[in-house]
Design a protein around this ligand. Structure first.
Ligand SMILES: C[S@@+](CC[C@H](N)C(=O)[O-])C[C@H]1O[C@@H](n2cnc3c(N)ncnc32)[C@H](O)[C@@H]1O
Length: 248
């Protein structure tokens, strides 16, 4: 049976890829991720829910020895492989549901940029986190980004100047959809759903999977933009948040 996220992303793959050109991706998302990762020279990495390989390639170009990107959407993987053929970065890709992933050899680092907020229920959230745990060597890190569960007001929140808005149910509770509506720089509009889970459920999933030191990482703004008031609204109520944990 087709996984629901597969058909969702097959339909919006090109538009989602283009949304990686919105300025918050570079100045906040990417900056915070690589500040968190630090030196990744020589590591073997897995990019779970890699999409079109945007971060898979960046991890490889930042010095990772090997990077495997995994995504449930065949169309996203096709875009990633097309890019690999056009401009080889040395990445490999696999079309697979992250929840069922079993690797032959463990990795030093698992990155998951916006996977966990695709879980439909707490069991699936746990299976995603367990898959990351199972892929790691002892001492390996699990790092990623997520919908910001610490900032989940009810109703519609506009981040229009950054290219999107989010719509929550009035009082978000576990499993409720969060609708993201994007407008790309070229005016293309598209939307997709994430799913809300309380902080407590995230903490429990990481603990139950066996991770130590799970913590959220606030979005950080690239130093070159610190005096730019354009970012005030985003930074006052960050819509996305990082996280990190270690396999003991
Ligand atoms: C918001 S996109 C992020 C893509 C990429 N990580 C990035 O930051 O550009 C979410 C991705 O998660 C993938 N995804 C959702 N559920 C998944 C699952 N169960 N297993 C693997 N990938 C999944 C979707 O197909 C989509 O490519």
């Amino acid at each position: 049976m087709t996984h629901p996220a597969e058909s969702e992303y097959d339909a919006i793959a090109g538009a989602y890829k283009d949304s990686k050109q919105l300025s918050f991706r570079n100045y906040i998302e990417e900056f915070t991720l690589f500040e968190t990762l630090g030196d990744i020279s020589g590591v073997k990495a897995l990019d779970l829910a890699c999409g079109d390989g945007f971060y898979t390639r960046k991890l490889k170009r930042a010095g990772a020895r090997e990077v495997l990107g995994v995504d449930v959407s065949a169309e996203m993987i096709r875009l990633a492989e097309d890019e690999e053929r056009a401009r080889p970065a040395g990445c490999r890709y696999l079309h697979r549901n992250a929840a069922a992933l079993v690797l032959d050899e463990p990795v030093d680092l698992v990155v998951a940029m916006y996977l966990l907020n695709y879980a439909r229920d707490v069991d699936e959230l746990l299976r995603f986190v367990q898959a990351a745990y199972g892929a790691l060597k002892p001492g390996g890190r699990f790092v990623g980004f997520n919908d910001n569960v610490l900032n989940a007001p009810g109703g519609t929140v506009s981040y229009a100047r950054y290219g999107f808005e989010k719509e929550y149910t009035e009082t978000p509770s576990d499993g409720d959809p969060i609708v993201y509506r994007f407008t790309n720089d070229d005016g293309t509009r598209f939307e997709f759903n994430n799913y809300f889970f309380s902080q407590g459920n995230y903490h429990r999933a990481f603990e139950e999977a066996g991770f130590a030191g799970f913590h959220w990482i606030d979005s950080q703004l690239h130093p070159s933009e610190r005096d730019n008031r354009f970012w005030d609204e985003f930074m006052a109520a960050p819509p996305v948040i990082g996280f990190a944990a270690v396999r003991e």
